[in-house]
Design a protein around this ligand. Structure first.
Ligand code: UT7
Length: 330
Protein backbone atom coordinates (compact mmCIF):
# COMPACT_ATOMS: atom_id res chain seq x y z
CA UNK A 1 0.00 0.00 0.00
CA UNK A 2 1.31 3.46 -0.89
CA UNK A 3 2.33 5.51 2.16
CA UNK A 4 1.52 9.18 2.84
CA UNK A 5 3.52 12.02 4.34
CA UNK A 6 2.98 15.72 5.09
CA UNK A 7 5.94 18.06 4.61
CA UNK A 8 4.39 21.47 4.04
CA UNK A 9 2.01 23.85 5.81
CA UNK A 10 0.73 27.40 5.48
CA UNK A 11 -1.77 29.44 7.44
CA UNK A 12 -3.58 32.74 7.05
CA UNK A 13 -5.63 35.01 9.26
CA UNK A 14 -7.51 38.13 8.21
CA UNK A 15 -6.17 41.58 9.07
CA UNK A 16 -8.90 42.74 11.44
CA UNK A 17 -8.04 41.89 15.04
CA UNK A 18 -11.07 41.79 17.36
CA UNK A 19 -10.27 41.87 21.06
CA UNK A 20 -12.72 41.04 23.84
CA UNK A 21 -13.18 44.79 24.36
CA UNK A 22 -15.21 44.86 21.11
CA UNK A 23 -17.91 42.69 22.77
CA UNK A 24 -17.64 44.48 26.12
CA UNK A 25 -18.62 47.68 24.36
CA UNK A 26 -22.16 46.54 23.45
CA UNK A 27 -22.91 43.22 25.25
CA UNK A 28 -23.33 42.22 28.87
CA UNK A 29 -19.97 40.44 28.97
CA UNK A 30 -16.40 41.12 30.03
CA UNK A 31 -12.85 40.44 28.96
CA UNK A 32 -12.41 38.63 32.28
CA UNK A 33 -15.41 36.30 31.69
CA UNK A 34 -14.32 35.47 28.14
CA UNK A 35 -10.70 34.74 29.15
CA UNK A 36 -11.67 32.70 32.19
CA UNK A 37 -14.44 30.64 30.57
CA UNK A 38 -12.85 30.15 27.12
CA UNK A 39 -9.17 31.24 27.15
CA UNK A 40 -9.85 33.56 24.21
CA UNK A 41 -7.97 36.88 24.12
CA UNK A 42 -8.59 37.89 20.51
CA UNK A 43 -9.81 36.58 17.16
CA UNK A 44 -9.70 37.88 13.58
CA UNK A 45 -12.65 38.76 11.37
CA UNK A 46 -12.64 38.80 7.57
CA UNK A 47 -13.67 41.99 5.83
CA UNK A 48 -17.09 42.27 4.18
CA UNK A 49 -15.82 41.25 0.76
CA UNK A 50 -13.36 38.58 1.99
CA UNK A 51 -14.63 35.01 1.76
CA UNK A 52 -13.45 31.52 2.72
CA UNK A 53 -11.89 30.93 -0.73
CA UNK A 54 -9.79 34.10 -0.28
CA UNK A 55 -8.45 32.78 3.04
CA UNK A 56 -7.70 29.38 1.42
CA UNK A 57 -5.70 30.98 -1.40
CA UNK A 58 -3.69 33.06 1.09
CA UNK A 59 -2.93 29.97 3.23
CA UNK A 60 -1.71 28.06 0.16
CA UNK A 61 0.41 31.03 -0.93
CA UNK A 62 1.98 31.01 2.56
CA UNK A 63 2.61 27.26 2.22
CA UNK A 64 4.36 27.81 -1.14
CA UNK A 65 6.52 30.55 0.37
CA UNK A 66 7.31 28.61 3.56
CA UNK A 67 8.56 25.58 1.67
CA UNK A 68 9.68 27.07 -1.67
CA UNK A 69 7.31 24.65 -3.36
CA UNK A 70 4.71 24.73 -6.10
CA UNK A 71 1.16 23.38 -6.13
CA UNK A 72 1.03 22.94 -9.93
CA UNK A 73 1.14 19.14 -9.63
CA UNK A 74 -1.54 18.87 -6.92
CA UNK A 75 -4.13 16.38 -8.23
CA UNK A 76 -6.90 16.81 -5.63
CA UNK A 77 -8.12 19.72 -3.50
CA UNK A 78 -10.19 19.19 -0.34
CA UNK A 79 -11.57 22.23 1.47
CA UNK A 80 -13.07 21.51 4.89
CA UNK A 81 -15.43 24.32 5.84
CA UNK A 82 -18.82 25.12 7.33
CA UNK A 83 -18.76 28.63 5.90
CA UNK A 84 -18.39 28.20 2.12
CA UNK A 85 -18.54 31.32 -0.09
CA UNK A 86 -21.68 29.73 -1.53
CA UNK A 87 -23.15 26.24 -1.74
CA UNK A 88 -22.38 25.81 -5.44
CA UNK A 89 -19.78 25.92 -6.93
CA UNK A 90 -17.70 24.58 -4.08
CA UNK A 91 -14.85 26.49 -2.49
CA UNK A 92 -12.25 23.95 -3.66
CA UNK A 93 -13.06 24.69 -7.32
CA UNK A 94 -12.66 28.42 -6.74
CA UNK A 95 -9.31 27.77 -5.05
CA UNK A 96 -8.20 25.51 -7.94
CA UNK A 97 -9.02 28.24 -10.46
CA UNK A 98 -7.38 31.03 -8.46
CA UNK A 99 -4.19 29.01 -7.98
CA UNK A 100 -4.13 27.84 -11.62
CA UNK A 101 -3.93 24.16 -10.69
CA UNK A 102 -4.82 22.00 -13.70
CA UNK A 103 -6.07 18.38 -13.61
CA UNK A 104 -7.27 18.34 -10.01
CA UNK A 105 -10.41 16.89 -8.45
CA UNK A 106 -12.09 19.36 -6.10
CA UNK A 107 -14.48 18.78 -3.22
CA UNK A 108 -15.69 20.63 -0.15
CA UNK A 109 -16.04 18.63 3.02
CA UNK A 110 -18.69 19.45 5.60
CA UNK A 111 -17.77 18.02 8.99
CA UNK A 112 -17.56 21.23 11.05
CA UNK A 113 -14.61 21.35 13.46
CA UNK A 114 -13.70 17.75 12.59
CA UNK A 115 -13.38 18.69 8.90
CA UNK A 116 -9.61 19.11 8.65
CA UNK A 117 -8.90 15.68 10.15
CA UNK A 118 -11.59 14.10 7.96
CA UNK A 119 -9.77 15.71 5.02
CA UNK A 120 -6.47 14.12 6.06
CA UNK A 121 -8.20 10.73 6.38
CA UNK A 122 -9.71 10.99 2.88
CA UNK A 123 -6.39 12.14 1.40
CA UNK A 124 -4.56 9.23 3.02
CA UNK A 125 -7.16 6.85 1.54
CA UNK A 126 -6.89 8.27 -1.98
CA UNK A 127 -3.11 8.01 -1.83
CA UNK A 128 -3.26 4.45 -0.43
CA UNK A 129 -5.58 3.52 -3.34
CA UNK A 130 -2.99 5.05 -5.71
CA UNK A 131 -5.58 7.13 -7.52
CA UNK A 132 -3.94 10.41 -6.44
CA UNK A 133 -0.44 11.48 -5.34
CA UNK A 134 -0.44 15.06 -4.07
CA UNK A 135 -3.47 16.37 -2.25
CA UNK A 136 -4.09 19.83 -0.86
CA UNK A 137 -6.11 19.65 2.36
CA UNK A 138 -7.36 23.01 3.62
CA UNK A 139 -9.39 23.87 6.71
CA UNK A 140 -10.86 27.35 6.37
CA UNK A 141 -13.65 29.40 7.90
CA UNK A 142 -15.22 32.83 7.85
CA UNK A 143 -17.37 32.17 10.92
CA UNK A 144 -17.66 35.90 11.64
CA UNK A 145 -20.22 35.94 8.80
CA UNK A 146 -22.29 33.23 10.54
CA UNK A 147 -22.39 34.53 14.11
CA UNK A 148 -25.33 36.30 15.68
CA UNK A 149 -23.57 39.32 17.19
CA UNK A 150 -26.39 39.75 19.71
CA UNK A 151 -25.98 36.23 21.18
CA UNK A 152 -23.36 36.51 23.92
CA UNK A 153 -23.36 32.71 24.39
CA UNK A 154 -21.76 32.14 21.02
CA UNK A 155 -20.59 35.32 19.29
CA UNK A 156 -17.57 35.76 21.56
CA UNK A 157 -16.23 32.32 20.62
CA UNK A 158 -15.61 32.25 16.90
CA UNK A 159 -12.96 33.63 14.57
CA UNK A 160 -11.81 33.38 10.96
CA UNK A 161 -8.71 31.71 9.54
CA UNK A 162 -7.29 29.04 7.26
CA UNK A 163 -4.61 26.35 7.32
CA UNK A 164 -3.36 24.24 4.40
CA UNK A 165 -1.15 21.16 4.13
CA UNK A 166 -0.13 18.89 1.26
CA UNK A 167 -0.56 15.15 1.81
CA UNK A 168 1.71 13.34 -0.63
CA UNK A 169 2.56 9.81 -1.69
CA UNK A 170 5.69 8.42 -0.07
CA UNK A 171 7.51 5.12 0.16
CA UNK A 172 7.67 5.66 3.95
CA UNK A 173 4.29 6.11 5.60
CA UNK A 174 3.99 8.87 8.22
CA UNK A 175 0.19 9.24 8.36
CA UNK A 176 -1.12 6.43 10.52
CA UNK A 177 -4.42 4.88 11.60
CA UNK A 178 -7.48 7.13 11.90
CA UNK A 179 -10.60 7.08 14.06
CA UNK A 180 -14.05 8.40 13.14
CA UNK A 181 -17.08 8.66 15.42
CA UNK A 182 -20.43 10.48 15.21
CA UNK A 183 -23.59 10.99 17.25
CA UNK A 184 -26.03 12.59 14.83
CA UNK A 185 -28.81 12.56 17.42
CA UNK A 186 -27.03 15.55 19.04
CA UNK A 187 -27.01 17.56 15.79
CA UNK A 188 -29.55 20.00 17.20
CA UNK A 189 -27.03 21.17 19.83
CA UNK A 190 -24.87 22.97 17.23
CA UNK A 191 -26.03 24.05 13.80
CA UNK A 192 -26.04 26.68 11.08
CA UNK A 193 -29.29 26.50 9.16
CA UNK A 194 -29.78 27.94 5.70
CA UNK A 195 -33.28 26.49 5.34
CA UNK A 196 -36.32 26.92 7.54
CA UNK A 197 -36.93 23.45 8.90
CA UNK A 198 -37.91 21.49 11.95
CA UNK A 199 -35.48 19.76 14.27
CA UNK A 200 -37.11 17.23 16.60
CA UNK A 201 -40.46 18.78 15.74
CA UNK A 202 -39.27 22.29 16.71
CA UNK A 203 -39.37 24.89 13.91
CA UNK A 204 -36.04 26.65 13.36
CA UNK A 205 -35.40 29.66 11.23
CA UNK A 206 -33.07 29.44 8.26
CA UNK A 207 -31.13 32.50 9.30
CA UNK A 208 -27.66 31.30 8.27
CA UNK A 209 -26.46 31.86 11.83
CA UNK A 210 -24.69 29.64 14.35
CA UNK A 211 -26.87 28.16 17.10
CA UNK A 212 -25.15 26.33 19.93
CA UNK A 213 -26.06 24.75 23.26
CA UNK A 214 -22.59 25.43 24.64
CA UNK A 215 -22.96 23.45 27.85
CA UNK A 216 -24.20 20.30 26.05
CA UNK A 217 -21.46 20.48 23.42
CA UNK A 218 -18.82 21.08 26.09
CA UNK A 219 -19.85 17.97 28.04
CA UNK A 220 -20.01 15.85 24.87
CA UNK A 221 -16.60 17.16 23.69
CA UNK A 222 -14.77 16.27 26.91
CA UNK A 223 -16.31 12.80 27.25
CA UNK A 224 -15.86 12.01 23.53
CA UNK A 225 -12.17 12.96 23.53
CA UNK A 226 -11.49 11.13 26.78
CA UNK A 227 -13.17 8.04 25.28
CA UNK A 228 -11.70 8.25 21.76
CA UNK A 229 -8.06 9.23 22.36
CA UNK A 230 -7.25 5.87 24.03
CA UNK A 231 -9.15 4.03 21.25
CA UNK A 232 -7.13 5.86 18.59
CA UNK A 233 -3.88 5.09 20.42
CA UNK A 234 -4.87 1.45 20.67
CA UNK A 235 -5.51 1.33 16.90
CA UNK A 236 -1.99 2.69 16.43
CA UNK A 237 -0.47 0.37 19.05
CA UNK A 238 0.78 3.43 20.88
CA UNK A 239 0.65 4.74 24.43
CA UNK A 240 -0.08 8.33 25.42
CA UNK A 241 3.52 8.66 26.66
CA UNK A 242 4.69 8.14 23.07
CA UNK A 243 2.68 11.14 21.86
CA UNK A 244 4.90 14.23 21.78
CA UNK A 245 2.06 16.66 21.07
CA UNK A 246 -1.70 16.43 21.22
CA UNK A 247 -3.50 18.79 18.81
CA UNK A 248 -7.23 18.76 19.55
CA UNK A 249 -9.68 21.14 17.91
CA UNK A 250 -9.27 24.46 19.77
CA UNK A 251 -12.85 25.22 20.85
CA UNK A 252 -12.28 26.29 24.44
CA UNK A 253 -9.11 26.09 26.54
CA UNK A 254 -11.15 24.53 29.37
CA UNK A 255 -12.09 21.57 27.13
CA UNK A 256 -8.39 20.97 26.42
CA UNK A 257 -7.49 21.32 30.10
CA UNK A 258 -10.26 18.91 31.16
CA UNK A 259 -9.18 16.31 28.58
CA UNK A 260 -5.49 16.57 29.56
CA UNK A 261 -6.39 16.31 33.25
CA UNK A 262 -8.62 13.28 32.67
CA UNK A 263 -5.97 11.50 30.61
CA UNK A 264 -3.12 12.65 32.84
CA UNK A 265 -1.39 14.28 29.87
CA UNK A 266 0.70 17.46 30.43
CA UNK A 267 -1.08 20.57 29.15
CA UNK A 268 2.32 21.94 27.94
CA UNK A 269 2.26 19.20 25.29
CA UNK A 270 -1.19 20.18 24.08
CA UNK A 271 -1.10 22.66 21.17
CA UNK A 272 -3.86 25.26 20.95
CA UNK A 273 -4.90 28.15 18.75
CA UNK A 274 -7.95 29.34 20.67
CA UNK A 275 -6.26 32.04 22.80
CA UNK A 276 -5.14 34.16 19.84
CA UNK A 277 -7.58 33.11 17.10
CA UNK A 278 -10.79 32.08 18.91
CA UNK A 279 -12.57 28.95 17.72
CA UNK A 280 -11.75 28.76 13.99
CA UNK A 281 -13.51 25.40 13.52
CA UNK A 282 -11.93 23.50 10.59
CA UNK A 283 -8.91 25.83 10.63
CA UNK A 284 -8.05 25.48 14.32
CA UNK A 285 -5.93 22.31 14.12
CA UNK A 286 -3.62 23.37 11.25
CA UNK A 287 -3.20 26.79 12.90
CA UNK A 288 -2.23 25.15 16.22
CA UNK A 289 0.11 22.76 14.37
CA UNK A 290 1.77 25.70 12.58
CA UNK A 291 2.11 27.64 15.84
CA UNK A 292 3.74 24.61 17.47
CA UNK A 293 6.26 24.45 14.62
CA UNK A 294 6.90 28.20 14.51
CA UNK A 295 7.51 28.35 18.26
CA UNK A 296 10.09 25.56 17.92
CA UNK A 297 8.13 23.15 20.13
CA UNK A 298 7.08 20.62 17.48
CA UNK A 299 10.13 19.11 15.80
CA UNK A 300 10.76 16.78 12.89
CA UNK A 301 9.84 13.14 13.70
CA UNK A 302 7.65 14.13 16.66
CA UNK A 303 4.60 11.93 17.12
CA UNK A 304 1.38 13.93 16.87
CA UNK A 305 -2.19 13.04 17.69
CA UNK A 306 -4.73 15.29 15.94
CA UNK A 307 -8.39 15.10 16.95
CA UNK A 308 -11.25 17.24 15.70
CA UNK A 309 -14.79 17.40 17.11
CA UNK A 310 -17.87 19.53 16.65
CA UNK A 311 -21.11 19.98 14.71
CA UNK A 312 -22.69 16.68 13.79
CA UNK A 313 -21.82 15.98 16.50
CA UNK A 314 -18.86 14.33 14.90
CA UNK A 315 -15.28 13.48 15.77
CA UNK A 316 -12.20 12.39 13.79
CA UNK A 317 -8.66 11.68 14.93
CA UNK A 318 -5.40 10.58 13.38
CA UNK A 319 -1.85 9.88 14.52
CA UNK A 320 1.08 11.05 12.43
CA UNK A 321 4.80 11.59 12.48
CA UNK A 322 5.62 15.23 11.90
CA UNK A 323 7.75 15.74 8.79
CA UNK A 324 7.19 19.48 8.48
CA UNK A 325 10.20 21.72 9.03
CA UNK A 326 9.77 25.46 8.77
CA UNK A 327 12.66 27.17 7.01
CA UNK A 328 14.39 30.46 7.79
CA UNK A 329 11.89 32.36 5.61
CA UNK A 330 9.32 31.78 8.37
O1 UT7 B 1 -16.27 24.11 17.98
C1 UT7 B 1 -17.42 23.33 18.07
C2 UT7 B 1 -17.61 22.80 19.42
N1 UT7 B 1 -17.97 23.88 20.33
C3 UT7 B 1 -17.58 23.81 21.58
O2 UT7 B 1 -16.86 22.89 21.93
C4 UT7 B 1 -18.09 24.85 22.54
C5 UT7 B 1 -18.36 24.20 23.85
N2 UT7 B 1 -18.92 25.11 24.86
C6 UT7 B 1 -18.22 26.10 25.43
O3 UT7 B 1 -17.14 26.43 25.06
C7 UT7 B 1 -18.85 26.75 26.65
O4 UT7 B 1 -20.00 26.02 27.02
C8 UT7 B 1 -19.25 28.23 26.46
C9 UT7 B 1 -18.00 29.09 26.36
C10 UT7 B 1 -20.10 28.40 25.20
C11 UT7 B 1 -20.05 28.73 27.66
O5 UT7 B 1 -19.29 28.53 28.85
P1 UT7 B 1 -19.92 27.78 30.11
O6 UT7 B 1 -18.92 27.83 31.18
O7 UT7 B 1 -20.43 26.47 29.65
O8 UT7 B 1 -21.10 28.76 30.48
P2 UT7 B 1 -22.64 28.43 30.61
O9 UT7 B 1 -23.27 28.29 29.26
O10 UT7 B 1 -22.81 27.33 31.59
O11 UT7 B 1 -23.14 29.77 31.25
C12 UT7 B 1 -22.74 30.20 32.56
C13 UT7 B 1 -23.25 31.60 32.80
C14 UT7 B 1 -24.71 31.79 32.41
O12 UT7 B 1 -25.31 32.64 33.35
P3 UT7 B 1 -26.24 32.05 34.51
O13 UT7 B 1 -27.30 31.27 33.82
O14 UT7 B 1 -25.31 31.18 35.32
O15 UT7 B 1 -26.70 33.29 35.20
C15 UT7 B 1 -24.63 32.46 31.07
O16 UT7 B 1 -25.77 33.26 30.79
O17 UT7 B 1 -22.51 32.53 31.99
C16 UT7 B 1 -23.42 33.34 31.24
N3 UT7 B 1 -22.78 33.72 29.99
C17 UT7 B 1 -22.02 34.82 29.87
N4 UT7 B 1 -21.66 35.75 30.75
C18 UT7 B 1 -20.84 36.73 30.31
C19 UT7 B 1 -22.83 33.07 28.80
N5 UT7 B 1 -22.10 33.75 27.88
C20 UT7 B 1 -21.59 34.82 28.51
C21 UT7 B 1 -20.75 35.88 28.12
N6 UT7 B 1 -20.39 36.80 29.04
N7 UT7 B 1 -20.28 35.99 26.85
Amino acid sequence: MMGATIKSIGIYRPELEVTNAFFEAYLETSDEWIRERTGIERRYFSSEDEYTSDLCVKAVEALKKNHHTSVDDVDFVIVATSTPDQILPNVASRVQARLGISNAGCIDLSAACGGFVYGLILAKGLIAAQTHRRILVIGAETLSKAIDLSDRNSCILFGDGAGAVIVEASSDNHVFEPLTDTDGSLGKELFISHLSQTVDGEPILGDGKMHQNGRAVFRWAVSTLVKNIPVLLEKNKMTLEQVDYLIPHSANIRILEAVCKNLDFPMERCMESVRSYGNTSAASIPIAWYNGLASGKIKQNDQLLLIGFGGGLTCAGICLENKIVLGEAD
